[in-house]
Design a protein around this ligand. Structure first.
Ligand SMILES: C[S@@+](CC[C@H](N)C(=O)[O-])C[C@H]1O[C@@H](n2cnc3c(N)ncnc32)[C@H](O)[C@@H]1O
Length: 256
């Protein structure tokens, strides 16, 4: 029932869709001094680590990707081409295997939403960051998921399911500035990017809406009639050319 809300193929699909937001998040590290290290926590299959190493094209910087899933890290290692300044580590981000004050930048994307104990993560990032080190977080705001097809009651239940049950820390996006402030960061900035889908099949592909609705039905959060009505109204909107669904992605940055 509680199937993970992502896998390696899913990350590859969202890589294309979120490329603009990702590039904005990389740009915060452009002034990293020579000899510096940038770490991507919860790096998944490592594409952001490799993108950053290729974008900065500076062999004086080190890039480290960390994820607790050995399959993700194996995919990252397989994707390394000529980069000698990239390495991937299997580890829990709540116990990062790096020394105190050793890194210049920490990036994390769609990680905090999975953690039931996010404050431990922020203590760890403060521990490994050097003074004035930069932290950048990209998160999906599941609470902002909206459909514009007149089915707002079911959408409210879907938001409730995603933020309260399905995703461990489903309201993470709206709490990031608090986590950063409480862990002692300064210069916090927040940018919000609406992510809009115009086809129902894309909402199923990128947000797994059909699976979520089925899970809610299996959990008796909605009956069969409501489930069918929701799907039919999305399909009707799609066939008539007015399907619209949106969700906000937030990019938050701060300095230690
Ligand atoms: C939705 S994926 C995002 C992957 C990548 N950041 C991206 O944007 O493509 C979340 C990743 O966080 C990792 N993760 C979740 N909890 C973790 C933890 N406690 N320690 C290390 N990695 C974790 C998962 O294995 C997964 O690869």
């Amino acid at each position: 029932m509680y199937e993970k809300h992502y896998n390696i193929d899913y990350l590859a699909e969202t890589l294309k869709l979120l490329s603009g937001v990702k590039e904005k998040s990389y740009a915060f590290f452009k002034n990293t001094p020579d000899g510096g290290t940038i770490v991507d926590l919860g790096c998944g299959s490592g594409q952001d680590v490799l993108n950053m190493s290729r974008m900065f094209n500076n062999d004086k910087l080190q890039f480290i990707g960390i994820d607790h899933d050995p399959e993700m890290i194996a995919a990252g290692n397989n994707a390394i081409q000529e980069e000698t300044n990239v390495k991937f580590l299997v580890s829990n981000v709540l116990e990062i295997p790096l020394a105190d004050n050793s890194v210049d930048g920490v990036r994390m994307e769609r990680l905090v939403q999975h953690l039931s104990d996010p404050l431990t993560l922020f203590k760890e990032t403060q521990r490994i960051l050097k003074d004035k080190g930069v932290i950048v977080i990209v998160e999906s705001d599941w609470n902002s998921l909206s459909f514009y097809n007149g089915d707002s009651n079911t959408t409210a239940k879907l938001n409730h399911y995603l933020t309260g049950k399905k995703v461990n820390n489903g309201k993470a996006a709206q709490s990031l500035s608090t986590y950063l402030m409480e862990s002692g960061c300064s210069q916090i900035s927040i940018e919000v990017f609406p992510f809009v889908l115009k086809r129902y099949e894309d909402a199923c592909k990128y947000l797994w809406i059909d699976k979520m609705i089925d899970e809610m039905h299996a959990l008796d959060m909605i009956g069969a009639d409501e489930r069918n009505h929701f799907i039919e109204s999305q399909r009707r909107a799609d066939q008539s050319g007015y399907f619209s669904c949106s969700m906000n992605i937030v990019v938050v940055s701060a300095v230690k």
